[in-house]
Design a protein around this ligand. Structure first.
Ligand code: FAD
Length: 408
């Protein structure tokens, strides 16, 4: 029987230390510059590609770690370096996961390499689901995909918003409605290959935080993609739609549960990003509190400061444990009977917001300036309670799971 342990094995420690080194030596020193420039940090992505961090192989290795800790560990270290740059590095992974989850072997082999490019010519990819009127309410999506049987092509029309890497991506993965009567069960995902006519970038957003990560609208006007760009293929889609129509008639419960399981499994990764940012701010605050003196003694000698740091560290460790539990559950196939994935994302993201605000307070006036990184970390932390499901949506999912109510 396996013994219970929270110790990382030697391989995990080695990967963690390697990633920490990259985050400390390459990401952190570049953070302020790219935050101010509000541009994609291509040279840093290229550096990550050279050492093997920006690649499908790297993600696959972490994803298949049998303990489930590979991905959260990687996210925590990279986001400890800087959230905006780290999102530029892992953003392509969101689109790649979309293909891995729904694509055929051929689609995976064709498109994922084009998402990353190579170390001499790096590319990025975008996952486009959100729309101006369909954020939390994914079922309200309006982008349509219509099949042109004569040409074996799909025609996509609509406007996507908030797409990380939208418009600058080599490959876009676009979620669209194929059967409007089925709500979110009538959606399908499509690859839009490089330089496809009709796809353009709309507004690029000027953001509060994670400013090194490009976020933009993506406009689709009569975008024609070959039939083989439908992820999973037409036969599988037709079968799935037929099943969804049947289940819609008889209550639809089983389909809903399968979709929820997928979200529950991916949310801890965002929780881990939040833990990385929170830990970074806490470390700066701890160091400052030990070195800054007022009234003839280090400010950490005041309980008012020391207790704040004690709470910050306790909450960060608690967040990490929730994230690790949910990741371990996802990898080992344990059912999320209490929405443990949502719990981990909720707690870690709220902790990051709180801890980064406390860090500013502990640094006093310096915390409020861009001379110190906690101001940036606080702006960055605000994203975690918004994307991949807001805190309100996480609470809604947890509450409905606990009460046994259906999750729409
Ligand atoms: C920087 C950034 C990057 C992003 N990257 C991507 C990406 O790559 N791809 C992509 O597809 N999307 C992306 N998103 C979109 C993100 O997932 C959405 O912003 C998020 O799902 C919330 O949707 P919304 O902004 O429309 O807010 P809304 O859904 O309009 O919510 C507004 C407020 O109402 C609350 N609310 C809504 N419904 C309920 C309810 N039933 N009960 C209680 N409260 C409720 C919300 O919690 C929130 O506080 C990104 C967003 C940002 C800001």
């Amino acid at each position: 029987m396996a013994e219970f342990t929270l110790d990382l094995n030697d391989d995990q420690k080695q990967v963690r230390d390697w990633l920490h080194g990259f985050a400390a030596d390459v990401i952190r020193p570049a953070a302020s510059e790219w935050d101010e420039r509000e541009e994609t940090p291509w040279p840093v992505i290229q550096e990550a590609a050279k050492v093997g961090i920006y690649s499908l192989d790297f993600y696959a290795q972490q994803f298949f770690d049998p303990t489930g800790l590979g991905i959260p560990m990687a996210m925590e270290e990279l986001f400890w370096g800087d959230a905006g740059i780290a999102l530029s590095i892992v953003g392509t992974g969101l689109a790649a996961v979309g293909v891995l989850a729904n694509g055929t072997e051929e689609q995976i082999g064709t498109w994922i390499p084009q998402m990353y490019g190579d170390a001499n010519d790096v590319k990025v990819a975008a996952f486009c689901s959100s729309e101006p009127d369909a954020g939390s309410d994914v079922a309200a999506m309006r982008t349509r995909a219509v099949y042109d049987e004569a040409k074996d092509e799909w025609v996509l029309n609509g406007t996507k918003t908030w797409a990380t890497n939208g418009g600058i991506a080599n490959v876009h993965v676009v979620v669209a409605v194929v059967d409007a009567d089925l709500g979110s069960k009538g959606h399908a995902s499509f690859i839009v290959p490089p330089a496809t006519p009709g796809l353009s970038q709309g507004q690029k957003f000027k953001k509060h935080g994670i400013r090194a990560s490009h976020t933009a609208e993506v406009v689709l006007e009569d975008v024609r993609v070959p039939g083989h760009c439908l992820l999973g293929g037409k036969e599988k889609l037709d079968e799935r739609l037929a099943r969804a129509r049947e289940r819609a008639k008889s209550g639809g419960e089983r389909v809903k549960n399968a979709a929820m399981a997928t979200f529950e499994a991916s949310r801890p990764a965002v929780g881990a990003m939040a833990v990385g940012t929170a830990r970074a701010a806490y470390e700066v605050a701890l160091d400052y509190a030990k070195t800054r003196s007022q009234f003839g003694r280090p400010i950490i000698d005041n309980q008012g400061i020391a207790f704040q740091l004690a709470d910050m560290r306790t909450q960060i460790d608690a967040a990490r444990l929730l994230v690790w539990r949910a990741s371990w559950m996802a990898t080992t196939g344990k059912p999320f009977t209490s929405a443990e994935g949502s719990m981990s994302k909720l707690y870690a993201s709220e902790t990051a917001k709180k801890v980064t605000a406390q860090a500013i307070q502990i640094l006093g006036g310096n915390g409020f300036t861009r001379e110190y990184p906690v101001e940036r970390m606080h702006r960055d932390a605000a994203i975690y309670t918004i994307f991949e499901g807001t805190s309100e949506i996480q609470r809604l999912v947890i509450a409905r799971t606990l009460s046994g109510m259906p999750i729409r």
